[in-house]
Design a binder for this molecule. Structure first.
Ligand code: NAD
Ligand code: UGA
Length: 367
């Protein structure tokens, strides 16, 4: 019962007509930022996370601690636990779900393919099954990925571009999520909005991502691999700063249609919405490294290699016209600015002494 009290308290909105949002993956990078932003503006937030050890769970615990300071409670549980999810929806009449829990990372899918199927397909279906049966039915905004564009060579990527060449199992499960969402929208009238995030980075980020472990390795004097494509071109990403992505997530929640259920005359919401949330300016990985070198005042030991066939795609580049038109999404942080904020967080979080440039001695002996 103490648990139920926490759940209710955390998810009760504090602003008139505020939302009550279930944030899955709330101990994760994007989930923790979104939870704080929703709470700050007065929405009710309840988190769900299984605290898995894909990357250092102590970072997830630290994010949880930060959220608890803001009266955000995270239920520890798995997307595949149907009875737990049903119980949460019984206790709280969620108006919205921000579904960010997933097995992320493109390269790890070669080592542990089952974890992608379990969280991104089975877990997503389980959540949708519970949501469709809930009363009221929540509107759902969920994380897709730029990786669905796969080996597409259109530049920039628009939502209607082809997504039939996933390069990794991760991408395939994210693409499958979009197909599954379509079905639940069609049959059960669930309002669903998919967000295709483009390589999101920033404070409290993911240690498995390049910008994060490059920072660590550069500081420790360890060599880093910089990928080039098979035809020796630079690999580039449309790196997107976390605050821009958070604004996009909130905008998508604010403009989400209401779920209509399958019982009524309506066939369901008119459409399943899918949006790119990128930065619209791809940056080569080499440039990412040189910005980090500048910020860390340390030269990287660069090892330029041809990209192995590991699920990576040669480049990403978002066209965000649709998200701008529908909810005013406009990225405002360039990579150098965003990385400066990341490095500031990194050195503070890990308690690293910043390298201070020796002040040049000034004397009065001029002239
Ligand atoms: P993250 O790994 O930091 O967060 C995901 C969280 O979900 C983790 O805390 C994890 O413990 C939890 N989780 C995983 N499987 C679960 C399960 N079965 N049940 C309950 N909890 C589970 O990743 P992130 O970067 O914050 O990504 C959030 C979402 O955005 C993911 O869906 C990811 O695929 C997607 N995405 C991220 C990026 C990016 O660059 N960060 C880009 C595109 C898409
Ligand atoms: C990121 C996330 O990790 C995925 O979860 C997410 O779905 C994806 O963005 C997305 O946008 O959909 P990725 O772009 O591969 O995937 O991000 P990183 O793993 O940080 O890699 C960034 C770039 O660095 C890539 O171009 C990659 O090829 C390159 N890289 C990575 C290297 O050059 N060397 C390395 O050792 C590792």
């Amino acid at each position: 019962a103490a648990w139920e009290k926490q759940v209710r308290h955390s998810s009760t909105p504090r602003r008139p007509n505020g939302f009550s949002v279930l944030v899955t993956g709330a101990a994760g990078f994007i989930g923790s930022h979104c939870s704080l932003a929703l709470k700050k503006r007065g929405d009710g937030v309840l988190g769900l996370d299984n605290f898995n050890n894909y990357y250092d769970p102590s970072l997830k615990r630290a994010r949880q601690k930060l959220l608890s300071k803001h009266q955000i409670f995270i239920v520890e549980g798995d997307l595949n636990d149907g009875p737990l999810l049903t119980k949460l929806f019984d206790v709280v009449p969620f108006t919205h779900v921000l579904h960010l829990a997933a097995q992320a990372g493109v390269r790890y899918a070669m080592q542990n393919p089952q974890s992608y199927v379990s969280s991104n397909i089975a877990g997503f279906v389980n959540l949708l099954e519970v949501a469709k049966a809930a009363n009221p039915q929540p509107s759902i905004v969920w994380a897709s990925s730029s990786s669905v564009y796969g080996l597409n060579t259109e530049n920039p990527f628009s939502e209607r571009d082809r997504t039939d060449q996933p390069a990794s199992l991760y991408a395939a499960t994210k693409k499958a999520g979009e197909e599954i969402a379509h079905t639940y929208n069609h049959i059960y009238g669930l309002a669903l909005t998919g967000l295709r995030f483009f390589t999101v980075y920033g404070p409290w980020g993911r240690p498995d991502m390049a910008y994060f472990f490059f920072t660590k390795d550069i500081l420790q004097g360890k060599p880093i691999d910089i990928y080039k494509t098979q035809d020796q071109k630079e690999v580039a990403r449309d790196f997107t700063y976390i605050d821009d992505v958070v604004k996009g997530c909130l905008g998508a929640l604010d403009t989400a249609e209401k779920s209509t259920g399958s019982g009524g005359k309506k066939r369901g919401p008119a459409q399943l919405r899918v949006y790119n949330l990128g930065n619209t300016s791809p940056v080569p990985v080499g440039r990412l490294v040189s910005i980090l070198e500048g910020l860390l005042t340390t030269k990287a030991k660069k090892h330029v290699i041809t990209m192995p066939r590991n699920g990576d795609v040669p480049f990403t580049h978002a066209n965000v016209t649709l998200a701008y038109k529908d909810f005013g999404y406009k990225p405002t942080t360039d990579l150098a600015t965003g990385l400066r904020k990341f490095v500031k967080w990194y050195v503070s979080y890990f308690g690293i002494e910043p390298r201070v440039k020796k002040e040049t001695q000034h004397t009065d002996e001029s002239g």
